[in-house]
Each structure stands twice: as C-alpha cells, then as structure tokens.
Design a protein around this ligand. Structure first.
Ligand SMILES: Nc1ncnc2c1ncn2[C@@H]1O[C@H](COP(=O)(O)OP(=O)(O)OP(=O)(O)O)[C@@H](O)[C@H]1O
Ligand SMILES: [Mg+2]
Length: 754
C-alpha cells in the first residue's frame, strides 16, 4: 500500500460523484441517467478503497454485466493502484459465483469439475426429455420450456416447489402445457446426474449453498468487506438475493444503475429490486448524478424527450455542459439493402470530413439478422467492421465438437457432450444404440460411464466393439487431462480423437477454415496456460472460463483494431461511441412485434431505444427502410413510432436522400411538413394500387384483428374489427391509402401478410 496516498484522481470527479466515491461505509445507491459517470464512480471508488482506506483488493467484490466491462474496470483501477488490482473479485455474477461454486461444489453433491451446460445443451436435453415422455415438441417447444424453467429458477422456484404448487399447474394447463412441472423435474434430475449446471443453476445453486450452509455464507460475508454492483437495474431476483445475503453483515454495499435502461425484464430482471433496496436498507444513502459527460446537448435532450413517454419510471433530470452538437440525422431508404448502402456512405463521408477512424462508429440494431445488409455494404466500401455477439467462435460446430471431447474427458457423466461425440468421427455407433444405452442407464440407475464400460451386456456385436474402442480412447484422454497441462492434453485429444484428421482431409475453403478454427482454439488454450494471472491451469478451469463468456465478450481479439462495431442494442449497454447509427427504425422491428403485447412491454422497448440513443457522443443517425425482407418475404414497413416520439427540433433529414416521400409514407409527410415546412402534394389517385407481384388471395377463415392484409385494389391495411352475422363474416379494414372499408369475406380477395 502506498504511504503518501496520491489522491489526484479525485480531481476527475464532480461534487456528487466525489461524494459517491468517498462515501464508502454503509449502503449507498446511485440511480442516475445514462452517461452520468456511474461506472466511472464505481471504478474510482474501488481505487479509493485500496489507496485511501488500505482495503485489501481480495476483500472487494464488484459485479458487472459483462466480463469485458470487468476487464476494463480492472485495467482502470490498475492504472491508479498498480498490479494489486489483479486480486479484486471482479466479474459477472455468473463468473464470480461459478468460481465460488467450484470450490464449494461438494456441499451440493457436485464434483468441482462440474460441467456448465450452455443454452444449446439445455435445449437439446429438453428436446430429448419431451420425446421420451411421448409429448409433442410443437407444443412443448424446447425454447418455450427452457424459458419457463429458466424463469422459475431465476425466481428461486425449485422443481419441488414448482410441482407442489397448484398455481403453476393451473397456469401451465391453461397454456396447454400441463406436463411442464414433470419436464422441469426430469431436466433438473438429468442435469444433476450429468454433474452439470446450466447458467441459471449457477445463481440458483449459489442461493441454495448460502441458504443451507450458513458456515459457507459466513465465510464469504467475512471475505467481502465491500460489495458493488453495476447495472443494478438488470438484476433478477436470484441475483438480488445473493447480493443481499453477502452484504448482510457488513452492509457496505453500493449499487449503481438506471431504471430508464432496464432492458432485461423479458429475462426476469426486475426493476422492483431498486425499490426494494430502499426498503431493505433504511439507512441507505442515495446519491443523484445528473450531469451527462458523454453526449452532445442535442442527443441528451432527444433521449430525454423519448424516455418521458414512459409512465413507469423514476423521474430524474439529465443535462449536459457539452456542445449543442449536430442534429440527429434521419435516413430513409427504399429497401434494407439501400439502408446498408446509405449507412456505409454516411460513414465513408463522415470519416473523410472529420478525420474519424472506423472505431469511432457503431451500428446498432434490434435483432442480429439485420447485420447482413450492413455487412455487405461495408464490405463493398472496404470499411472494416466487427460483429459483437451473434454466432460466436465457441458456437461453431468444429469448436463445439472438440470441446465436447474435452468436456467428456473431464466429466464422464456429461450426457450432452457424450451424445455429441460418441459417433464422431463415425465409428458405427448409431442413434438407436445410444438411446438404448441411455434407457438402460436410467432404468438401472447406473451412470453412463459404467454402462459404456460394460456395453457388451447391453448391446451386441460390432456396436459393442466400437463402444469398447471409444471407452479406451476416452480413458487415455482422461489420463491426459489429469496428468498433463491443458494445452498438451487438448492437443492430444484433438489428434487422437480423429477430429483433426477429418478436418485436415477436407480441402474445401470451409474445411480449411474449420481446421484453422480448431488450431485457434488450441492457441487459446496455450495462452490460457501461459497467462500468469491464471492460477488454476487445469482443463476444467479453462472450460469454465469459456463457458462463461457472454455474447459481448469477443473471442476474436479485434479490440485494438480499427473497425466499425456492429451489435444489438442489448449488447451495447454501458458502451459509448463517437458516432452511432441505429438502423431498422420500423414498426414491428423496433418496437419489436414479437415483444410487445402490453404497455409494459412497449415501455421496455422504449427503454431499449433510450439505451441506443445514449450510446452516441457526437452524432446520432436513425435509419429506416420502406421495404424489408423478413422471414424470407418482402414486407412493406412503416417508420417506427419511436421516430415520432423524438422532439422534432432535434432531427433533420439526410440531404442525400430522395426528398420526395413515397405515397403512403405518412411519417415522412408529417415530418417534412413540420420540419422542412414544405407540404407534399397528395398522390393524384388515392385508390390506385398495383398488387404485389406475388399477390395471391389467402384463406380468410382464420383472419384475425390486427392482421396486416393486401387488397388488389385498396392496397395495404390492417384488420380493426371482425363481424360475424350468420354465415356472413365481415372485416373492417383500415387501409393506408383507401381509408376504412368493410368487406364481406366470402367475396373479398385478401392476401394476409402475417
Ligand atoms: N467528472 C467527469 N469528468 C470528465 N468525464 C467524465 C466525468 N464523469 C464521467 N465522465 C465520462 O463520461 C462518460 C460516461 O461515463 P460512464 O460510462 O461512467 O457513465 P454511466 O453513467 O456508467 O453510463 P451508462 O448509463 O451508459 O452506463 C465516460 O467517457 C466517462 O469517462
Ligand atoms: Mg455504466
């Protein structure tokens, strides 16, 4: 510890920020707007604890939303306090608590090398269970079942409580899925048998650990003298309870967040946690930060004008001393491809005019699939980019295959890994034989490994011989994993499993790529082994580390490269860029049609828009297309309602666009009339409509309110009401151009668009 504490860093803070940093004893809460320095305060607070109060970094726990954020924070703290910062407990909830679970696993009946199932593993297990129960996987969709189980776990509802509580059964029965509880039970049982935890288990089981083992809870309460949580608005109940328990004795807890940026309610995050926090700690010190340091006045005010439309929020004012800045630029494109082109050329021009680098730009979208059109345009313009999230390195098949082998060599009960590799490369062990082995293992309550070792008793002939060969191979891998370092063991597994050879023999470009990817994985393991910061160099430590990478943590080390960043808005939380494009500002896409079924959902989408706007420092662009291919079909799109919610004073149309709005482009019309004060002439024939090339009348017997339709003469519209009088079914349709019409369905030719 430094003796003459050099507290210069405190000068980089305004008075309330400084107060938040210096006020280290007791509970405190900073709920403040975007860009007001919340994360900066946490970072400085940690440095301050170490420098001024001589707190051992080992006693400080700081929870962040991504591993990347943790790494950045650690680096910044290191700048102030030196290498001591390495001992901080810093990371996501999942990574910190899986580390704790590993050392306490035996108390829960798990080995310390337990496997972490990713979402794919979980869903394929659910699929297998649904099938084995003879249920229909169109009704019990793996995704839906998975979300239901996940949401139960995040509310700390165990399968026992779930199956004993008639409310859940009633709920599931009403949704046509009465067997949900049974599936949950089987799923939990199978995970436990496989020595595996899924992501939600990492939090759920931490809660079980702290609930049932007071001595363990005590140990960690003593260890963590100071607890801090960033992005607190996105914690779920399970995370909340963990935090609360850990801080219960010393009560030195500091949470920071912004209710206006809560965007994970759909995954169980609960804004209520902020409100409960006040109740839990009556002595709570609340600190407000109102000055935004990130963005121009225009951007801050535009963001404010949007978020005030939400009823459900803590009112706070955010202002900035920064420049007025440029108006927000609106880009209208005819198609999604043109949208890509316009964005790429705007980047190109802005770079030329302002001497920006690629890294000064980010393109944000609502869903990953929107990246395609952007990518093509950027590539054509030779603008380098990287996509954060999406199909990550570790999701690639060849990587999952090798990891499957590695996982199975570490844990022979890992059912999902075994299913993946047992016949890979092909060795004549068919699916039916595998299923049979699983059934017998279940019936006789034996673990899989025992069954495999005694395959001859269950299965005859050549299959049994093949399984024997597999068992011998795995035994040698198991030995390698136990005796050698992770890199040597992995190299041996890659070679002797036959995976490398198979990829090497594939001389296509894709095959080459896959081979190189596997090499890259081995490089990654070597790096892990060589890194002095990693104390535990075992294979299971490596597996744990990569299992916990969040989508925002890029494997591809492009951080220092000069590239445009593309990602979903969810991934962009907490980040900032000089120039930001928010693309696909269209109804049904953003706000997302799939997500909004209530006012609350719409408010969540609006908060997401608020997050998007507030990522920009100097310039924000919003773009939309009038038509877009979605789910393989060309759809006409309306500009997003969010565009109308921004105060018009902050907007301008991109000068490069065709200035005449297309007929029916209502938003462009009102926009131009209010901003450019030129009223466009209405199209000469309101009723003129040319049916789409693929126009075919649909079966209208299932037509429902809200359906979008096309009529060969009246054009596009939406069903507002349906009347049934005897055999006559009438639909009231509000057409974009032709106005409201009532049509008799037995005669009307309508194409249903969704
Ligand atoms: N007092 C200050 N002086 C100068 N710059 C500051 C100050 N406070 C914050 N900043 C800068 O403002 C930007 C936003 O800060 P920070 O990321 O900590 O805000 P935040 O409240 O965490 O934002 P978000 O809500 O988006 O997570 C950063 O670039 C930060 O360095
Ligand atoms: Mg932040």
């Amino acid at each position: 510890m430094l003796e003459n504490a050099d507290l210069d860093y405190l000068n980089g803070l305004n008075p309330p920020q400084r107060e938040a940093v210096e006020n280290v004893q007791g509970p405190s809460m900073i709920i403040a707007g975007a860009g007001s320095g919340k994360t900066r305060v946490l970072t400085y607070r940690i440095a301050h604890l170490i420098k001024k109060h001589n707190v051992d970094p080992f006693n400080i726990l700081s929870l962040t939303f991504t591993n990347k954020a943790a790494k950045e924070m650690r680096n910044r703290v290191e700048d102030v306090v030196g290498t001591d910062a390495r001992n901080l407990w810093m990371g996501t909830f999942h990574s910190v608590f899986s580390r704790i679970l590993r050392s306490e696993a035996d108390k829960l009946g798990y080995p310390s090398h337990f496997t972490i199932y990713d979402a794919d593993d979980s869903k394929s297990l659910i699929k297998q269970i649904v099938k084995s129960f003879g249920l229909d996987d169109k009704v019990y969709k793996p995704n839906v079942v998975f979300n239901r189980i996940s949401s139960a776990k995040n509310r700390l509802v165990s399968w026992q409580e779930y199956t004993n509580n008639p409310v859940y059964l009633a709920d599931d029965t009403e949704n046509g899925k009465p067997e949900m509880g049974k599936i949950y039970r089987e799923y939990a049982t199978r995970c436990f048998k496989a020595d595996a935890m899924d992501f939600d288990d990492l939090l759920f089981n931490t809660n079980v650990l702290f609930r049932d083992h007071i001595d363990v809870l005590n140990k960690y309460q003593q260890r963590f003298h100071y607890v801090m949580v960033d992005e607190f608005q996105d914690t779920n109940i399970s995370q909340y309870v963990i935090t609360k328990k850990l801080a219960a004795v010393r009560r030195n807890i500091c949470i920071v967040g912004d209710d206006a940026q809560s965007i994970y309610a759909f995954r169980g995050a609960d804004i209520q946690n902020i409100l409960n926090f006040e109740k839990d700690y009556p002595e709570l010190k609340i600190i407000k930060l109102e000055q935004n340091y990130r963005s121009s006045k225009t951007i801050v005010n535009a963001a404010n004008s949007v978020i005030t439309k939400n009823k459900n929020q803590l009112r706070k004012s955010v202002w900035t001393d920064n420049n007025e800045g440029d108006l927000i630029e609106l880009i209208k494109a005819t198609t999604d491809n043109e949208e890509g082109k316009l964005v790429a050329s705007a980047i190109f021009e802005s770079k030329a005019n302002n001497q920006y680098k690629n890294a000064d730009f980010a393109i944000l979208y609502r869903t990953n699939s929107q990246s395609r059109a952007m990518e093509e345009a950027l590539r054509r313009n030779n603008i380098k980019y990287q996509i954060v999230g999406g199909l990550s390195f570790y999701q690639r098949k060849e990587i999952k295959d090798l990891l499957g082998y590695i996982r199975y060599s570490v844990n022979q009960n890992d059912e999902q890994a075994l299913r993946r590799i047992i016949n890979l490369p092909k060795r004549g062990i068919g699916g039916t034989s595998v299923d049979k082995l699983f059934v017998v293992a279940n019936e006789q309550n034996l673990d899989l490994w025992t069954i495999l070792e005694n395959a001859k008793n269950v299965i005859g002939g050549r299959t049994a011989t093949a399984i024997d060969g597999f068992v011998t191979t795995i035994k040698s891998f198991k030995l390698a994993v136990e005796k050698k370092d992770a890199f040597e063991a992995a190299s041996q597994i890659a070679k002797n499993s036959g995976l490398m050879k198979e990829l090497y023999d594939d001389k296509t470009i894709e095959g080459r790529n896959r081979y190189e990817n596997v090499q890259e994985l081995l490089n990654g393991i070597k790096e892990f082994v060589d890194n002095p910061e990693n104390e535990d160099k075992s294979m299971s430590a490596f597996l744990q580390e990569i299992a916990l990478l969040t989508d925002a943590d890029n494997k591809d080390k492009d951080e220092d490269k000069d590239v445009v960043t593309m990602m979903t808005i969810h991934m962009a939380k907490g980040l900032e860029f000089k120039n930001v494009f928010v693309v696909g500002m269209e109804e049904d896409l953003f706000p997302s049609q799939m997500m909004i079924s209530s006012r609350q959902d719409l408010e969540e989408e609006r908060r997401l828009f608020y997050v998007a706007i507030t990522r920009a420092e100097t310039k924000l662009y919003l773009s939309y297309a009038l038509t877009r291919y979605r789910f393989g079909r060309l759809k006409t799109c309306e500009p997003s309602r969010f565009l109308e919610e921004i105060d018009k004073d902050f907007l301008k149309f991109n000068a490069k666009m065709s200035s005449t709005p297309s007929p029916g482009d209502q938003y462009a019309k009102t926009f131009i009339s209010t901003v450019q004060r030129t009223v466009p002439k209405p199209p000469p024939n309101q009723l003129f409509h040319k049916p789409s090339a693929d126009f075919r009348p649909s079966d209208t017997s299932k037509l429902a309110i809200g359906n979008k339709v096309e009529h060969p003469k009246f054009g596009f519209g939406q069903v507002t009401e349906i009347d049934i009088q005897g055999a006559n079914k009438k639909a009231h349709i509000s057409f974009e151009k032709a106005g409201d019409k009532t049509l008799l369905l037995s005669f009307a030719k309508l194409r249903i668009l969704d």
